[in-house]
Design a protein around this ligand. Structure first.
Ligand SMILES: [Cu+2]
Length: 284
């Protein structure tokens, strides 16, 4: 080896410094600060910005795990470097014949167990938060169809309407003709089912992803904490237009929601006969 240990060490330190600066820059510029909430952005490498308590928890858990695995990886790397530098044949020509060390064996069994318990506690807490639907202010039934969604509002006049991707709308492949509209800061229970094949109702900003299965009624919930447009997509391969059945949710104030309901009752009064779905086949 032509490179001395000191030079190798300095090179490694230099590389680490460059990596740290690069990571810092990515965190500073790549954060959600510049992203538009509720939709993907070019070159996205992190989770979409959160707009619900469940997604807040998912983001926290993701960051917690990222820190944990980074610390563990750096610790293992440090151990490897120590072994390579201190215990190579040249530096340590007469190896130790130690085969057991009770303290260290107990430690390397117990510490990983404690780490796993530390992961399991917030993990199960998050799982139950997603699973237990709180008392709902509003129920919406989302039916996945080849290849669009139908939304029914049983609490607000029992109207139902179809939501199809709109070619002329932005964001591209996410804009729809009729958006799902919900009030802000209200618990929305979403019931999903499939009319033909399995679809999945997914909305990243709300931390929601649940299968829509024919013959079954699945249930999840979200509470949007911000107003605005939020986009998701069908997340179960469901046929040739799987990529073209987006989910668009407009979160509005209570008053705006009430006036939208009045308009929607009239607009969709015919129970869906005014839309594509009713003419497409017996999927209603
Ligand atoms: Cu689908």
């Amino acid at each position: 080896m032509s490179m001395s240990m000191g030079r190798l060490g300095r090179h490694l330190l230099g590389l680490a410094a460059v990596a740290a600066v690069a990571a810092g820059m990515m965190l500073a510029t790549g954060g959600t600060a510049f992203a538009e909430l509720g939709q993907p952005e070019p070159w996205e490498w992190h989770l979409q910005g959160s707009a619900s308590p469940v997604m807040d928890n998912i983001v926290w858990f993701h960051n917690f795990l990222s820190v944990l695995i980074t610390v563990i990886t750096l610790f293992v790397l440090a151990l490897l470097v120590v072994v390579v530098v201190k215990f190579n044949a040249r530096a340590n020509p007469v190896p130790s014949r130690t085969t057991h060390n009770t303290l260290i064996e107990v430690a390397w069994t117990l510490v990983p167990v404690l780490i796993l318990v530390g992961i399991a506690v917030p993990s199960f807490r998050l799982l139950f938060l997603e699973l237990d639907v709180p008392k709902a202010d509003l129920t919406i039934k989302a039916t996945g169809k080849q290849w669009y969604w139908s939304y029914a509002y049983p609490d607000n006049g029992k109207f139902e309407f179809d939501s199809l991707m709109a070619q002329d709308k932005q964001p591209r492949l996410l804009g729809v003709d009729n958006e799902m509209v919900v009030p802000v800061n209200k618990v929305i229970r979403v019931q999903t089912t499939g009319a033909d094949v399995i679809h999945a109702f997914a909305l990243p900003a709300f931390g929601v992803k649940i299968d829509a299965i024919p013959g079954r009624l699945n249930e999840t919930w979200f509470k949007a904490t911000k107003t605005g447009m939020f986009y998701g997509q069908c997340s179960e391969l469901c046929g040739k237009d799987h990529a073209f059945m987006p989910i668009a949710i407009r979160v509005v104030s209570d008053q705006e929601f009430a006036s939208w309901v009045e308009t929607a009752k009239k607009k969709y009064a015919s129970g869906g006969t005014n839309t594509y779905a009713s003419t497409a086949g017996p999927t209603q």
